[in-house]
Write a protein that binds this ligand. Structure first.
Ligand code: GLN
Length: 199
């Protein structure tokens, strides 16, 4: 079974660890650079991207993690994790940096700053068995995706209909929403499958 880390600087780390464990992966929290060793994949959780950015530098994880991503470490980012994987960011703090890797432009807090949490059923390409319950919490959306990016999910209803909220590019997967809070492991299973294909 693949060893998959969860970046454990801030955010809903525990939820990701338990969903990953349910898929059969060996899930471990990653706080220190040495804990990146031996991973076949990593999950970047939801939380607050400005905080994750800052802590990654304080904990000296940023450079080794960026290097590992550049070297092809598969990664799945949900919400703030999607922001951290994006090459370009809109409505970020002026000094905010991402790890990058995904050829996308994300807009932070895109659904509106105050009334920004909602749920919706979404069909995701590559996720069989019917729609996924998508929980959005002050979520970003993908404003632009490069040619090598596969769009696997869009908002299907309401004022944001058509907005891109799930993408894949090589070994990278990102969702604007939080599948780790619904008890449905299918998005994590997709990621574990991507990790298996690459290890
Ligand atoms: N708004 C947060 C950010 O910009 C993301 C919210 C979340 O991860 N639920 O990082």
């Amino acid at each position: 079974d693949p060893v998959i880390g969860v970046l454990a600087l801030q955010g809903d780390v525990r939820e990701h660890l338990s969903v990953l464990a349910a898929t059969g992966a060996l899930a471990r929290p990653v706080r220190r650079p040495a804990e990146l060793e031996g991973l076949q994949g990593i999950v970047l959780p939801g939380g607050e991207s400005t905080t994750i950015d800052k802590l990654s530098r304080i904990f000296e994880l940023r450079d080794p993690l960026v290097a590992a991503l550049r070297a092809g470490l598969p990664a799945y980012g949900s919400c703030a994790g999607m922001i951290m994987l994006a090459d370009r960011i809109l409505d970020g703090r002026s000094d905010q940096q991402t790890f990058g890797g995904l050829d996308i432009t994300v807009r932070r807090n895109a659904f509106g700053r105050q009334v920004a949490s909602f749920e919706e059923d979404l069909h995701l390409e590559g996720v069989p068995g019917g729609p996924v319950r998508a929980v959005f919490i002050r979520a970003p959306w993908v404003e632009e995706a490069g040619e090598s990016v596969e769009v696997i999910g869009r908002v299907e209803d309401g004022p944001a209909e058509g907005r891109i909220v799930a993408v894949r590019q090589g070994g990278l997967l990102a969702t604007s929403f939080h599948p780790e809070v619904t008890g449905d492991a299918r998005v994590h299973e997709l990621f574990v499958e991507m990790v298996r294909e690459r290890s």
